[in-house]
Design a protein around this ligand. Structure first.
Ligand code: CA
Length: 524
């Protein structure tokens, strides 16, 4: 190679770095967020059941970092979203539950700070925070929970109609915004999926995707909750008892067109007919429900994974991949039959732990796996630091940019505070708080009708089947965890007792007792 060629090559080799450091400058941020996506349903997380392949999310993990201990501080939809936006616990951002909370859009959020720092900001898809989004140049959201088929949406305050499947539409809208953006500025895109939230209605093209597979059942599908307390026994979130005919696709959803209904019936009706004839009982019936549930739930995930693939393909085509931080996560974890459950809410593993995969080519070496304790409390801080925007001191998480760069700082958190509030409420999961460390979990169900503590040794009892609280051989650990819990509650200024705004009325249960006075009123 001649000297001139060598010099030219050296200059060319430096160009991409120079353009990142100066020209292109700040990274773009793509935040892909699904609703109720269990880490067990991402092939990169290697669930022993091998539930399905998610090649596009796996690609992110292969090219970036997979986090194995991303824990949420309050495992339920709205509160998790409020935490992502604010970097704060529910008690600090005011959004405690999905029943009576309303997000105060005047408070500081990371999209607002990015917008003020010159980023273009957009959110498409699930919002679920009651008030309208603030801090976005463009927003197009589903009203409330949204629907899967032909979903109405709200675009910058105005209702719009759409025809098609919700995950595809959200992706189309996200890509359309990316294509028309101002290319002189960096961007934040938040692509928020409705899927795979209950009641798990797949894209019609994925009906039958699993060829009537009988899925391996988790060891705890028939959990009797021995070894734990009243709250675990009296919840209402089992596959056996709680699932409705709508959940189980024994009746079709309302929003389908005639053509869509035909495709729906062509798949479900013969199977439903066989199910009715079989007259299954007991554990056989639970197994049937479990398989139907997984077919539908995983069918939804296929569309989410496809969406990730389309967004990554755009970043490649547009030459943006190198300077874009891509985050894939879910608002919490979810039960896929573990402990007999679906849904979330608990401090226990499958609901506490949420998937997190991050790709940042300039910063993170590909294929890394991280098991430090991180949280969706840290997402705002992380994206702000990545963009070079100062993190407000009021935020309660910590940027995990140092973890993406590696190695882990010595003073990284060793414990995380958790607090769930929505009781009484759907699924009857009692209020509880607790502290989680790498090896242990200390939990308190604190309402008077419960009032007990639990301690789990995650190394010896990873399925969390037997509380060892009060056992003499755990006395020292227990004492340490109590001290740590107290320290965290003080540090984060957790109100005690729970604020009046979190107090909920028991749900009105339909029945003759309620129906009678109504009839009397009508007659009167
Ligand atoms: Ca959720």
């Amino acid at each position: 190679m001649s000297r001139l060629v060598c010099l030219l090559f050296a200059a060319w080799a430096w160009l991409p770095l120079a353009s990142v450091a100066w020209g292109a400058g700040r990274p773009n941020l793509v935040f892909i967020f699904s609703d109720d996506h269990a880490y067990q349903a991402i092939s990169a997380y290697q669930d022993p059941r091998g539930l399905l392949d998610t090649p596009n999310i796996d690609r992110l993990a292969r090219e970036g970092m997979r986090f194995d201990r991303c824990l949420v501080p309050n495992s339920i939809c709205g509160p998790s979203r409020a935490t992502v936006l604010t970097g704060k616990y529910s008690h600090a951002n005011g959004f405690y539950n999905n029943t009576n909370s309303r997000f105060d859009g005047t408070q500081t959020t990371f999209p607002k700070l990015l917008q003020a720092a010159g980023y273009q900001t957009a959110i498409v898809g699930k919002w679920h925070l009651v008030s309208e989004p603030t801090g976005f140049d463009y927003w197009e959201i589903l009203p409330g929970q949204g629907v899967y088929y032909n979903p109405p949406m709200i675009r910058n305050g105005k209702p719009v109609k759409h025809q098609g499947y919700v995950s595809d539409l959200i992706t189309d809208l996200a890509l359309a915004w990316l294509r028309q953006r101002d290319r002189s500025k960096p961007f934040l895109l938040m692509c928020h999926h409705k899927a795979p939230h209950r009641s798990w209605q797949p894209n019609l093209k994925y009906l039958g995707h699993d060829h009537d597979r009988q899925y391996p059942i988790p060891e705890t599908l028939f959990d009797d909750y021995a070894g734990r307390g009243k709250a675990e026994r009296q919840q209402d979130m089992t596959i056996a008892k709680t699932m409705t005919p709508q959940d189980l696709k024994l009746v079709p959803p309302k929003q389908l067109t005639d053509e869509q209904l035909q495709a729906w019936n062509a798949y479900y009706e013969p199977r439903n007919e066989a199910f009715r004839k079989a007259n299954l009982q007991g554990r056989d019936l639970v197994r049937w429900k479990y398989n139907r549930y997984l077919h539908d739930y995983l069918g939804c995930i296929k569309s989410v994974d496809e969406s990730v693939g389309r967004l990554l393909a755009y970043l490649d085509e547009a030459g943006l991949a190198e300077n874009t931080l891509v985050i894939y996560s879910s608002d919490q974890g979810f039960y896929l039959g573990e402990h007999g459950w679906f849904d979330k809410r608990w401090i226990f593993e499958q609901s506490l732990r949420t998937p997190l995969v991050v790709r940042w080519p300039q910063v993170t070496k590909p294929g890394r796996i991280n098991d430090d304790l991180v949280s969706n409390l840290d997402f705002a801080e992380t994206m702000l630091e990545a963009a070079g925007v100062p993190v407000p001191s009021e935020m309660q998480g910590r940027s995990f940019v140092p973890l993406l760069k590696g190695p882990t700082p010595a003073d990284w958190r060793k414990s995380l505070y958790y607090h769930y509030y929505e009781y009484p409420g759907p699924h009857d999961v009692a209020r509880h708080y607790g502290v989680v460390t790498a090896h242990y979990k200390l939990v308190r169900f604190y309402e008077p009708q419960f009032d007990y503590w639990e301690l789990f040794d995650l190394e010896k009892d990873p399925r969390e089947l037997t509380s060892v609280y009060g056992r003499p051989d755990y006395a020292a650990v227990q004492q340490e965890l109590h001290a740590e819990l107290g320290r965290l509650r003080q540090e984060f200024k957790v109100p005690d007792p729970d604020p009046a705004e979190t107090i909920l009325k028991p749900a009105a249960k339909p029945g003759p007792a309620k129906a009678k006075p109504k009839r009397k009123q009508a007659k009167g």
